[in-house]
Design a protein around this ligand. Sequence first.
Ligand SMILES: [Zn+2]
Length: 151
Amino acid sequence: MHLFTDVITSVGVIIGLAFAVLTGWHILDPLIAAVVAVNILMMGYKIATDSMSRLMDQAASPEMEARIRGAIEANGIGALQAHDIRTRQAGRALFIEFHLVVPGAMSVDEAHAICDRLEDSIEKNIEGSEVVIHVEPEYKAKPEESGVVPL
Ligand SMILES: [Zn+2]
C-alpha cells in the first residue's frame, strides 16, 4: 500500500505538471497536488491504524475465533467444556487463552495430555498461535451460552 501510494503520487505529479505545461492552466498543478496530498493522508491513516491495531493487542477476527472454537471442539475429547476464550494479536503472533473444564477426579496426567493435544493441534492449525490453557474442575463450568464450547 505504501508503494502504491508512491506510484499514485509520482503519476499524479507528472500528469499535473504535463497538463499545466500543455494547457497553460497553472491551477491544475496545485489542484492535483491537493488531491495527491489527500490520498497520501488517507492511505497513511489506513496503514497506520492497520499496523497499530496489531501492536495494540487487538483480539482475533470473528472468523479466526470460529476456527479456534472448531479446533477446540475437534480435539477436546475427554474434557467437558471450554470457556473464556481470549485472543490477542501481537505482531505476527496470536496468543490464545482459555479455560478447560475437566472432571475434577481426572488425573493431572490425563488433563495434561488433553491440554498438550489441544495446544499442539491449535498451534499447527493456526499459524503463529501460542496457546495457554487453564484447567478447571466441573463445578467451574459455565452455563451454555455464546463463548462456551461444549465438548
Ligand atoms: Zn473458568
